[in-house]
Unconditional design. Structure first.
Length: 148
């Protein structure tokens, strides 16, 4: 059973790498955040549009290993429609997942759940975490610029 789940998760990750969703530039983005993982050479830029306190659209551009690019594809898809606070909760859930903690059941991970196996390979955790670390910084910068 465990081997079948591992295989299913590998398929989900490979599918997002080969056929990334939410890939591309996003003109007029309110948030543009970028980062690199020097250990692996991964690069990612996230673009978010914000409408009424929600992520209206999320796109990413990047290059790098299968894990970083698949994680970016999955993460961008999960961000759309979320409030900024829910986006932060999603980031916290993914950080916890990489540390072996079960996520809050109220947080929908969607395909991101397929990344749970990455924590078995500590050197690959940084590859997966690049996307949410980049978005976390972008959200912090956005909030700092929108305080009244």
């Amino acid at each position: 059973m465990i081997e079948q789940l591992d295989e299913l998760y590998r398929e989900v990750i490979l599918d997002h790498f080969k056929n990334p969703s939410h890939s591309g530039d996003l003109p007029g983005a309110h948030i543009k955040a970028e980062g690199t993982n020097p250990l692996c050479g991964d690069e990612v830029t996230f673009y978010l549009t914000i409408d009424d306190g929600r992520v209206a659209q999320a796109r990413f551009q990047g290059k790098g290993c299968v894990i970083s690019q698949a994680a970016s594809s999955m993460f961008a898809g999960q961000l759309e429609g979320k409030t900024l606070n829910d986006a932060t909760r999603l980031i916290d859930a993914m950080k916890g997942l990489m540390q072996g903690r079960d996520p809050d059941p109220s947080v929908d991970l969607g395909d991101l759940e397929a990344l749970a196996g990455v924590r078995k390979f500590p050197v690959r955790v940084k590859c997966a975490a690049l996307s949410w670390n980049v978005v976390e910084q972008g959200l912090q910068d956005y909030r700092a610029g929108h305080r009244s």
